[in-house]
Design a protein around this ligand. Structure first.
Ligand SMILES: O=C(O)CCC(=O)C(=O)O
Length: 291
């Protein structure tokens, strides 16, 4: 189905690719997985996409990458570093759900949202935004060590969660995601340049944090996912392999998260939300139910 209006106004699946909220369960994480998340700040979430869903998302990323997506103008953001030096920096965009129907429907996918609800400890999960990270074959682009919430302090309090979904099998060679166990308890570190200096964060870590800084590679198959806490340190190296390494990340938050900036839009093109008010509206749907 092709939709003529803006995708952000539609809160629920458009295609028949994803089952939508409230459909048969069985998607929850085990108590051991939840416990592991609490202890380490991340957990592998298993396979969340079937072959058809995976193919649809890959096709969508490739269409966008080729410059032929007809809704390109609706996107929130294409990272400036890539625009300035595409041979050096990876391709990173926000707002794929606004330009592609499969990415739109992925937001309501119970295989992901049921787990997000468990980890955020709320039955109603609110969508914050999405991201696509695209590392072309043999490309040096990195994602420098960082904590997601360093970039999200205009939404309070910090009760956010990221689901990182592999669209390709990940390997050390193709620049898989790495997490630093226990770093979600470090407190918040300053915002760093995400795409430029891999090791920049080391200069601001305490000796104790440096001691704990032992990144673990997340080797997952295409269609599998990991979840991480908003304060978990993570990053990824360049892609030395002959194939692309593509990732979709969904960022969620507690439904009562409030705006801490009443002046600027939280995302490009989104209406300003008054300071202190709940972040809600067309761009921030509750994804555990149709509306
Ligand atoms: O997949 C990557 O390389 C980086 C992903 C990331 O930073 C995230 O999911 O928050």
């Amino acid at each position: 189905m092709t939709v003529s209006g803006k995708l952000h106004a539609i809160h629920g699946p458009i295609t028949d690719q994803f089952p939508g909220p409230g459909r048969p369960g069985g998607h929850e994480l085990t108590p051991e997985q939840v416990e592991s998340f609490r202890k380490n700040g991340f957990v592998k979430g298993g396979r969340v996409l079937d072959d058809r869903q995976l193919a649809a998302l890959r096709d969508a990323v490739e269409l966008f990458w080729s410059g032929k997506n007809p809704r390109m103008g609706d996107l929130y953001e294409i990272d400036q570093a890539w625009r300035d030096a595409p041979q050096k920096h990876l391709f990173h965009i926000l707002g794929m759900w606004l330009v592609d129907e499969s990415f739109h429907d992925l937001l309501w996918h119970p295989a992901i949202t049921a787990k997000a609800a468990q980890l955020l400890e709320t039955p109603a999960v609110r969508f914050w935004h999405d991201q696509v990270f695209y590392k072309p074959p043999r490309h040096p682009g990195i994602v420098a060590w960082h904590q997601d919430y360093s970039y999200w302090t205009r939404s309070v309090p910090a009760r956010h969660l990221t689901c990182n979904i592999a669209l390709d099998d990940t390997t050390i060679e193709n620049g898989c995601l790495h997490y630093v166990a226990g770093s979600h308890r470090w407190g918040l570190l300053p915002k760093l340049n995400l795409l430029k200096d891999m090791e920049g964060v080391r200069g601001i870590l305490t000796p104790a944090q440096l001691e704990e800084f032992k990144p673990e590679p997340m080797l997952v198959k295409a269609g599998e996912c990991t979840f991480h806490h908003s304060h978990t340190m993570h990053g990824s190296y360049g892609n030395a392999s002959a194939g692309p390494r593509r990732t979709a990340a969904l960022n969620f938050m507690h439904p009562e998260t409030r705006c801490a900036d009443g002046v600027n839009p939280l995302l490009y093109g989104v209406p300003v939300i008054p300071k202190g008010e709940i972040i809600q509206g067309d761009h921030f749907p509750i994804v555990t139910e149709d509306s």
